[in-house]
Design a protein around this ligand. Sequence first.
Ligand code: BJW
Length: 220
Amino acid sequence: MKIAILTGAGISAESGLGTFRDVDGLWTQYDLNEVATPEGFARNPALVHDFYNARRANCAEASPNAAHAALAALAASAHDVTLITQNIDDLHHRAGSPDVIHMHGELMRALCAQCDARWDAPLVMSTQDPCPACRAEATRPDVVWFGEIPYHMDAIAHAVATADLFVAIGTSAEVYPAAGLVELAQGQTLEINLEPSARANAFDAHRFGPATQAVPAWVA
Ligand code: BJW
């Protein structure tokens, strides 16, 4: 069976990484316009680097959980699995999932805003870090902010449209284009979440519960 899976912050919540829109989420502590837009970065790059440096430290201390492990086991089965994540953490990779598609970029990668070069990010980044390719002091996290185009959209749309089953896990479905992917699905659709998302009505089936229980139960 061909399966396309979209994960969001909820799958990493039980690893100790904050979600965005839950009651204690990151957007209740930070103004997204200041830390997750190109305009915010232009206004105050140090603030944005502090935000991502703290999240990089948090991620380095975190470990993959049973939900990440279950998806890695599914990828190793006879099914043809495409794993798409909105998360910038590397927990799917560390759990053993191959070829993870990071549509919102990667916390552990750096991007030169001047020449588009990419490299492995140090744990602590600053705009003064020179680009290894062009030497410009224009270093930013390699993540997709509001108003920017998510990565790998053609491959993602193809994987979702040709899958026998599309599964969305731990995402509020508040952010597009990820939230609209369910509309592209031609096969069955399943949502796994703590509670119904903003697009819950678009799914054929639901499993509600914490990801560390609901995902292994679905994969089993
Ligand atoms: C659990 C759990 C547990 C908790 N177990 N579950 C008006 C209408 C439509 C669109 C727009 C509009 N105005 C502007 C737009 C576009 C905009 C957008 O969508 N804005 C909305 C706010 C309306 N989108 C963009 O700008 C995107 N680009 C774009 O659209 O380009 C144009 C384009 C055109 C055509 C094709 C393609 C593109 C870019 C979006 C970039 C998002 N960036 C961020 C931050 C950067 C990365 C980072 O710092 O991490 O990405 S925002 C933030 O939200 C982050 C996430 O990846 C993203 C999604 O969040 P997610 O994963 O859903 O987390 P939460 O917290 O929202 O939800 C957690 C869920 O887990 C909840 O449901 C909980 O219940 C659940 N949960 N614990 C199971 N233990």
